[in-house]
Design a protein around this ligand. Structure first.
Ligand code: FE2
Ligand code: FE2
Length: 135
């Protein structure tokens, strides 16, 4: 299995964001494992991940507002798109989709997306937050 963990390269240096990123990725790993083992806990794991992502995005968007981040709208659009994707996967799980397919989606469309989003978007935002003394 691929390594599905937070790593130092993803560190933003903004404590609340790093905590939320770690928590989300570990919920994602949990959902992935549940899908792979065909566990009945999959739907619950996906729901928990959904909730954590929505809460996290809200935190980031509030912070963006606080510093008048010029890319707020574009960044928020990425979050919204992701939440829709996540909801769609949760729905598929509830409807009993093939668990191998679900595991692949969780890995590629949730976990990998989220990691890439941190690297490409959140790290950039964190730089501005830190310049504004938000750590
Ligand atoms: Fe984030
Ligand atoms: Fe973000």
């Amino acid at each position: 299995m691929d390594n599905m963990k937070w790593n130092e390269k993803l560190k933003t240096g903004v404590a609340i964001l790093d905590k939320q990123h770690k928590d989300y990725l570990s919920l994602c790993e949990k959902a992935y494992k549940a899908a792979n083992s065909k566990s009945s806990g999959l739907s619950a794991a996906l729901k928990a991940a959904n909730k954590a992502a929505a809460q996290h995005f809200k935190t980031e968007e509030e912070m963006m507002g606080m510093v008048f981040y010029p890319e707020l709208q574009g960044h928020k659009n990425l979050h919204d798109k992701f939440l829709k994707m996540e909801e769609a996967i949760a729905k598929e799980a509830e409807l009993g989709a093939d668990s191998k397919k679900l595991a692949d989606k969780i890995k590629e469309e949730l976990f990998d997306w989220f990691v890439l989003h941190i690297e490409k978007n959140d790290l950039k935002l964190a730089k501005i937050l830190k310049l504004n003394n938000i750590k």
